[in-house]
Design a protein around this ligand. Structure first.
Ligand SMILES: [Zn+2]
Length: 466
């Protein structure tokens, strides 16, 4: 049996082991004043809007693998340098590319009309001659899953599920299964093709693109999204009997290509190896200029780090990662996680801005430690911005998912997404949709957040699963 002294010694080693995570500290009075100063300065700054205007004007659409994407990488490197970031570099991201090609559709009978479609990202094409077939209509993805092969085989599947407007975007999670998995289920049951109602909340005659995938071993069928008004039109024709539909997509998978995560750092003054990660994704879909998705996130986080850099450097490093190719499958996020997996103990926490440019209304954090005092300080600082304290079960933007998987804690600075899905992945995602005042509020919140977590000592927890 071990002596009392030995047991005490072991207990002390466990308590003070550096491998154990220390709870986050608190901001002192000077830090609080500095954070408030940053917040108020951000509210008067046009910097984020200027960055966003520059990105949408000088680059515009920047789907991974396109000329626009290459220009975006150059633009981002130059912008970081212009803004005086301490370190700027790129990291390679390899991915299978995809070409959109021609996209056309029509109702052939009973009442012939052209309809507006767009190919879903990663979809195979129909060939130049197109496909035609009877529509097999399902109200939801689940209805398609439950359908007999006989109801689907040889037909063109149509899923008409309509997404609802919500502030937190929760309706997207349910609706998006039709886009991401519909083709696999329809293909497995013998369908020729699938068209879905756009995953969006607008009434514009503009379809919403977005990524889809094919389950292993399933026959790949072409997949497209109809604009919302055209989905209504198709439903009205279906009320009158069976509908013959024609779809032509010349989309095709391309070669393996390389793009880049573009990274800019404000180096910490005391613990430069400890990193706080903020950012947005640099790529966009090809239809709009990617102002809202995710030029806004790029601009908000670049501007916040730049404002912080104008004063004394925080204790830790603030790393702004502009993620490459998020839209086609988180390729940049996965490449970063792979390249940095051995430095995860130095990745303290992070947040991604990838939900448009609406006002931030709440913030969530990760907590296993006693970091409540800091959270309360942040809540006080953010209160004048209309941001309320949320809950200790923060999710994150998609590009931080791989890092969360490796144990990094995250914060969620939650934007109002009520109108986000009106524009999401459409040709309507352009600069005029961004309210410059809302952008300033976002920069103010990100400045307070990034400064606070970069300035305090201690940690925010590791490997938390909820
Ligand atoms: Zn996005």
């Amino acid at each position: 049996m071990k002596s009392i002294i030995t047991q005490l010694f072991i207990a002390l080693v466990i308590v003070f082991s550096p491998a154990l995570v220390m709870a986050a500290g608190k901001l002192d009075q000077a830090d609080i004043e500095r954070a408030a100063e940053l917040r108020d300065k951000a509210l008067k700054s046009d910097l984020a809007y200027d960055i966003l205007e520059s990105l949408t004007t000088e680059v515009g659409p920047r789907m991974a693998g396109t000329e626009g994407d290459k220009r975006a990488v150059k633009w981002a490197k130059n912008k970081f340098k212009q803004l005086g970031f301490d370190k700027v570099w790129t990291e390679p991201v390899t991915f299978p590319s995809w070409d959109r090609g021609v996209e056309q559709a029509e109702i052939i009978s009973p009442f012939p009309q052209k309809v507006i479609v767009t190919a879903l990202g990663n979809s195979v094409g129909t060939g130049n001659e197109g496909v035609r077939g009877e529509i097999a209509h399902f109200k939801t993805f689940e209805d398609l899953q439950a359908a007999e092969r006989g109801a689907v085989g040889g037909k063109i599947v149509f899923i008409s599920h309509k997404m609802k407007k919500t502030r937190d975007g929760r309706s997207y999670g349910k609706a998006v299964a039709a886009r991401s998995r519909g083709a696999s289920v329809a293909g497995e049951k013998g369908a020729k093709a699938i068209v879905i109602r756009s995953i969006g909340t607008d009434h514009d005659r503009l379809p919403h693109t977005g990524n889809m995938g094919y389950a292993e071993g399933v026959r790949k069928i072409p997949a497209a999204a109809l604009s919302n008004p055209d989905a209504d039109l198709l439903l009205n024709q279906l009320k009158r009997g069976s509908v013959e539909f024609g779809l032509t997509l010349t989309s095709s998978p391309g070669e393996l290509l390389t793009t880049y995560n573009v990274i800019g750092e404000i180096t910490g003054r005391e613990s430069p190896e400890e990193v706080v990660v903020i950012g947005g994704h640099l790529d966009s879909w090809d239809l709009g200029t990617g102002a809202v998705d995710d030029g806004a996130g790029v601009a908000i986080t670049m501007a916040a780090a730049k404002l912080i850099s104008e004063g004394k450097r925080p204790r830790r490093t603030i790393r702004v990662v502009l993620w490459g190719n998020e839209e086609q499958g988180l390729w940049g996020a996965k490449a970063y996680a792979k390249a940095h997996k051995d430095e995860m103990d130095k990745h303290i926490t992070g947040a991604e801005s990838d939900f448009g440019a609406g006002l931030i209304w709440s913030f969530d954090w990760t907590s296993v430690n006693e970091n409540e005092p800091l959270i309360d300080q942040m809540a006080q600082l953010l209160k004048p911005l209309g941001v309320k304290k949320g809950n200790p079960k923060a999710t994150s933007g998609p590009d931080l998912w791989p890092l969360r998987g490796l144990g990094m804690s995250t914060f969620a600075l939650r934007q109002d997404g009520t109108d986000y899905f009106d524009l999401h992945h459409t040709a309507n995602d352009t600069l005029d949709k961004v309210n410059p005042e809302h952008l300033k509020q976002n920069v103010a919140v990100y400045s307070v957040f990034a400064y606070a977590v970069a300035e305090v000592t201690g940690d925010f927890g590791r490997g938390i699963k909820y």
